[in-house]
Ligand binder design. Sequence first.
Ligand SMILES: [Zn+2]
Length: 438
Amino acid sequence: MEDATASLTAALFGLEGFVVLAAADAGDELELLVETTAELVGCPACGAVARAKDRRPVWVRDLPVAGRAVVICWHKRVWSCPHALCGTRSWTEQHEAIAPRACLTERARQWAFEQVGRCDAAVSRIAAQLGVAWWTVMNQVIERGVPVVEDPARLAEVTAVGVDETAYLRATGTHPTEFATGITDLTPGRPARLLELVAGRSGTVLGCWLGEQSADWRAAVVTASLDPFRGYATALATQLPDAVRVLDPFHVVKLGLSCVDDIRRRVQHDTLGHRGHTGDPLYGIRRVLRRRQDRLSTTARDRLHAGLITGDPDGEVTLAWTVAQDLMSLYQLTDPDQARTRALALIADLRAAPIAELARLGRTLHAWRAELCAHFDHPDVSNGPTENLNLKIKNTKRTARGYRNFAHYRLRLLLNHGRVREDHPPTRIRTRRPSLAA
Ligand SMILES: [Zn+2]
């Protein structure tokens, strides 16, 4: 019976080389008294069979058990050498599972790192589960994570990159909004991932990072997708002269939609003399205006038409909406030549438009026409994966309730979104036969 209990606790505890002698409730925590199974130990100097001399308790935290934090009390043996002539008198036993003076077992350290660095958990939450300080967990993330993200192999075999700005710290009373430049891997055939995050939003920071990469790496990049920011385009042209620059469809459509918004706000103010609020016809359709025409339900379509008829007497919002829809429909075309012809015609029309906001959009798109049309020849560099990635990045930001330390922010993002993922399906439990032959 005693053997059965011992094997049960050993199986639950699962740390090889240790046995559980006792378990006790210690408030919210579980305290486990353990010792090693080592019985026959040789003197490290002379090899004589050591004599057990004493025991010394050390406390260390381990993985939570059934939702409770665990403290292990390890009764370390103190051994002594029986050989009178040997210089070694006594020593304390050591085990690879628990490093000397550590406050966490090795497996708890690894678990903490995996939770934060792979499962995107908040450091504070893992620290609470283990019953340790925030920094104890963060130190593990740094110690184990930095070699992973700095491994040059992580950047290997990239043929398409994307460049995008992201706000990493919102403005407060004491500092302005801080931006960072994200470089993503858009290589076709695999999920997008983050290659690097550099502080700042300029062609210089992007150019510096690209310049640090090997000539072979830079030569392998065939396409570079970017948002319409001249600094990024210049850096890409200088550092990746052979790569085709592609303007992200997402950003092109965004330019068109913000033009619709600008005109809607102006017309709203001109016709009603105040900012839009509930009950105003244009304000009521502000979200419908941003959606693709062919995805509108009949009800939404009717609302859109009704809103435009009452709220847009001169048809300015209607015209801007048509332009935005035309921009979106460019990306539905499968024939690159047709798409290019239509895009250039649309840009020419916009530049000649009598509405100032539309003419400005025309000038912007004209300046980016080469990059805009390049997308039609490289449709595989799509914005879908980037958007998905941006969503995940936002999630990481929320998990941690914002970041003040850029190095921590970069490390967390690269660990969680910068690796090629190999997710394994969970083991099925319903159809499995029990391993315990009863
Ligand atoms: Zn000895």
